[in-house]
Design a binder for this molecule. Structure first.
Ligand SMILES: [Fe+2]
Length: 373
């Protein structure tokens, strides 16, 4: 399976060199340079190494990793465009029966692909905007009317989302004056010794009732115990099949969290919604963090009022919505009504450096303003 991770991009790269670069109306030496640049993009896959405990990421300077990532992004984007061009070539041969202008078509794909890559790569790197939503929570106590709940998910701190990025999003969340901060998973990619400094700004998050987290699948890929110690040390209260009750005057609100199912598959704690809500006060609304949205229907049956999730990254690029939908129980981004529960799937606050771009699918910091009925 992991070999496919190397082989498929290589096959795609060779296809693009033959179909996109060779027909260009350009000098041979320039075609050679373009081909070498494309092949250099394949180094991206070498950055991820399999280890007995999961994965490791090779640490390289920011400009190097950015350049390799951008070329890799082009390889992926240009695949769809090159396939479309070759489909057109086939139609041209069958219907029009004349010479297809391959050189111009390849040039057009190269230009559109490059512009899309530059724009999408920039969108992936930028500090996200705040998306604010008023949410009516049935049974919410009067003292919590207007409660400000900020959420960041899929931060994926790494060499492309380094300390400066994490500091910027932390400052932005603090500027919202949140009462609660929720961080439902995928904090970091990399080993503790390499990336500890990148997540450190999260210790500056400030919220009246606390900063709460739950695990995402990526927490299990790199020294789970080490990262849990590190993240808890930053003041994040992890809710692993647990809940807390926050109180203001006579009003109460339950905040619960589930671990990502990856934990269960690796012999660690599996999600258990019964355990998470055991002994929670009756008739008090529940806000649940569950990194992946796929089990929302199960959670809705347990009386959760609002589930917040991430994981899908909203698809990241056009054309993969249906694939992501199928892999996540039908949920990709935005609001869903699931029984009596409301589900919000964030497109994520950053990006994943395995495919570091966002095209027409911007990241966000989410702010929920809770309202009484
Ligand atoms: Fe995830």
């Amino acid at each position: 399976m992991f070999r496919l991770f190397y082989i498929l991009p290589f096959v795609v790269c060779v296809y693009e060199i033959l179909s996109l670069i060779f027909p260009l109306r350009a000098p041979v030496w320039l075609k050679g340079v373009f081909s070498l640049v494309l092949l250099a993009g394949l180094l991206k896959n070498m950055l991820y190494q399999r280890t007995p405990s999961g994965f490791d990421v090779m640490e390289l300077p920011y400009p190097v990793i950015l350049a390799i990532s951008a070329v890799f992004n082009f390889i992926i984007l240009a695949l769809f465009m090159t396939l479309a061009k070759d489909f057109l070539w086939l139609l041209w041969k069958i219907v029009i029966r004349s010479r297809f202008p391959s050189g111009y078509a390849s040039g057009l794909v190269l230009i559109v692909g490059t512009l899309s890559t530059v724009y999408g790569t920039y969108q992936g790197l930028r500090v996200p905007d705040v998306h604010a939503h008023e949410v009516v929570i049935p049974g919410l106590g009067r003292e919590f009317d207007g409660l400000r709940v900020a959420m960041m998910v899929d931060i994926h701190a790494d060499s492309l989302s380094p300390r400066s990025f994490v500091k910027a999003i932390t400052d932005k969340v603090n500027s919202l004056n949140p009462d609660v901060v929720l961080l439902p998973g995928d904090f970091v990619d990399g080993q503790v010794d390499s990336r500890r400094g990148d997540v450190e700004p999260l210790k500056n998050l400030r919220a009246k009732f606390g900063v709460f987290g739950s695990t995402g699948n990526h927490e299990y890929y790199f020294d789970f115990d080490g990262w849990m110690r590190e993240l808890k040390g930053l003041g994040i209260r992890f809710l692993e099949n647990e809940h807390v009750v926050i109180t203001s005057g006579d009003s109460q609100l339950v905040i619960a969290g589930l671990p990502d199912p990856t934990g269960g598959r690796m012999g660690l704690t599996a999600p258990d919604i019964d355990a998470a809500l055991r002994d929670s006060p009756e008739n008090v609304p529940v806000i649940l963090m569950d990194h992946q949205p796929g089990e929302a229907r199960r959670n809705a049956e347990h009386g959760v009022a609002l589930q917040v999730s991430g994981h899908t990254h909203g698809g990241q690029i056009p054309g993969v919505y249906t694939l992501v939908q199928r892999a996540n129980g039908g949920f990709v981004r935005g609001w869903y009504e699931v029984g009596n529960m409301r589900l919000y799937v964030s497109p994520g606050t950053s990006q994943w450096n395995g495919f570091a771009m966002r095209l027409f699918d911007p990241s966000e910091i989410t702010l929920f303003v809770l309202k009484c009925e």
